[in-house]
Write a protein that binds this ligand. Structure first.
Ligand code: FAD
Length: 452
């Protein structure tokens, strides 16, 4: 068994922190020794991009999967790629984009592992068309608590498959993933920027354009109130065909301009994120944009935040919370207005506020449901937790839920109310992990077994 390092870990939001024994296996046999050892509970960790405590296991063991990162097989006819779980989305893009293939679903950062992305069943900007990542995964090899490796797919062990997709690492450790890449003709997005004067215009833009554009996302100016509540910049696009590119780009359609990667050098002091600072940033950012057609390179379109390395440091040592919720379609407009009004009244402000539209998905603990989702970033303050408890009540009342991969504070009873398939998920968990070997800070906090 590899020797652990005792170390302190956090999620991307730098809150909470937890000390654990951290293992970095290079071989499956080493991983098996860690998983089956009869000691404390264990949780897999990918690139640590979950914001909260999903990949933490304070006082217990964490397995860093990033060394198990080989690409194993690719079929250029079907687009099927088999990889170890530690491969990142960015590595897949680096290898396959130039061959005309792109991951079918990508989250807002490419610095995530495939294992972490399946465990959170991540969504992208095309959920209304493509559903979540799990929808494109054809099979998973899962190491169970006993050390047995079980292949799961829609046909084989399908309950375990849908409990693992979105199951936050708690059914077992994902070793390999097979997924179908999508053929693309270029690395560019042909689209437009649309300015919405308020939340009704933003929703109207999503609804009107959803057949025309596969990808859509809106950035909301949280400084807007009353008639301008929810004013937004809506980015819309489709992968550009080679023919539609301007002649210089047509020659090398998979080449994009190199990106500068400035790094935030240290944690900024907390006054940088005062509510006045947040308001000024939001107002200025909105004013910078103009409506019109636009050609985006894939990095700008999908991963704008990746341009600045370690951007989470702008929130200082106290860290931040991302609160992402979704409402059923029939409740989305009312839920959005209620939430944006509550934020305006509260005065704390969200630095980055993002709106997307979801379609259906199948994972038992997966976050999306057909409707609109709002993601809000809040620097941690004394008043924040109480305010977010109030937002939870508003979300539950409308039949919505909060995303576990972003969460660090949801209470057990609220989790149960938000995730009605949790009971079925628990039955499957008990079947494969009766002693609750797999656990995490998240699991203990929201009252999943292993939490006692
Ligand atoms: C800037 C930014 C933008 C983001 N945008 C989006 C977005 O648009 N859509 C979205 O859905 N998410 C988004 N996320 C969240 C992110 O995609 C998820 O949290 C994802 O799970 C992170 O992957 P990771 O490899 O960093 O996993 P970690 O953060 O290390 O772990 C996340 C979860 O996966 C589990 N896990 C990791 N590896 C394995 C494995 N091999 N086997 C079993 N379980 C495993 C962990 O136990 C944990 O529960 C964003 C995050 C950031 C920082």
């Amino acid at each position: 068994m590899p020797l652990p390092r005792r170390g302190v870990l956090t999620g991307w939001g730098s809150f909470p922190i937890a000390e654990s024994d951290i293992y970095r296996p290079e071989k499956i046999a080493e991983l098996a020794a860690v998983v089956t050892s009869n000691s404390t509970s264990v949780i897999a960790r990918g690139a640590g991009r979950a914001y909260g405590d999903a990949a933490l296991n304070g006082g217990n063991r964490v397995v860093d999967m990033q060394r198990l990162s080989r690409m194993l097989a690719f079929d250029s006819e079907s687009g099927l790629l088999r990889c170890e779980a530690g491969v990142t989305i960015g590595e897949i893009i680096d290898v396959f984009l130039r061959r005309g293939f792109f991951p079918p679903v990508v989250p807002g950062t490419q610095f995530v592992t495939l294992g972490g992305s399946v465990a959170a069943d991540v969504h992208g900007k095309s959920h209304h068309r493509d559903s979540s990542l799990g929808n494109h995964v054809t099979s998973i090899d899962l190491m169970l608590a006993s050390g047995e490796v079980r292949r799961c797919s829609r046909e084989e062990n399908s309950d375990l498959f849908w409990a693992t997709v979105g199951g936050m690492g708690l059914t077992g450790t994902i070793l390999e993933v097979e997924l179908r890449l999508r053929r693309v003709e270029s690395a560019w997005f042909d689209g437009e920027i649309s300015m919405a004067a308020n939340i009704d215009e933003a929703i109207e833009t999503f609804e009107r354009t959803e057949r025309q554009y596969g990808y859509s996302v809106a950035w909301i100016d949280c400084a807007g109130t009353r008639g301008s509540l929810g004013r937004s910049i809506v980015n819309l696009g489709n992968v550009a065909s080679r023919q539609s590119l301007p002649p210089p780009l047509r020659q090398e359609p998979f080449k994009v301009p190199p990106r500068m990667h400035p790094t935030v050098p240290f944690n900024l002091p907390s006054f940088a994120l005062s509510s006045l600072g947040i308001k000024t940033f939001n107002t200025a950012y909105y004013a910078m944009h103009r409506a019109g057609p636009k050609l985006f390179d894939y990095q700008t379109f999908f991963f704008p935040l990746d341009a600045i390395r370690k951007w989470n440091r702008i929130y200082g040592t106290r860290g931040f919370l991302q609160y992402q919720c979704v409402w059923p379609l029939s409740e989305s407009r009312a839920g959005l207005i209620e939430t944006l009004e509550a934020i305006a009244r509260w005065g704390g402000g969200s630095f980055l506020t993002v709106l997307k539209k979801f379609g259906p998905q199948d994972g038992m603990l997966s976050f999306p449901m057909p409707g609109y989702t709002l993601a809000l970033d809040f620097p941690i303050t004394r008043e924040l937790m109480e305010f977010l408890d109030r937002l939870d009540e508003m979300v539950v009342k409308r039949g919505g839920r909060v995303y576990l991969a972003k969460d660090a504070r949801l209470r057990p009873e609220v989790f149960r109310a938000m995730y009605p398939k949790a009971g079925r998920w628990l039955e499957i968990k008990r079947g494969v992990d009766p002693e609750n070997r797999f656990s995490s800070n998240l699991a203990r906090r929201i009252g999943l077994p292993g939490g006692e």
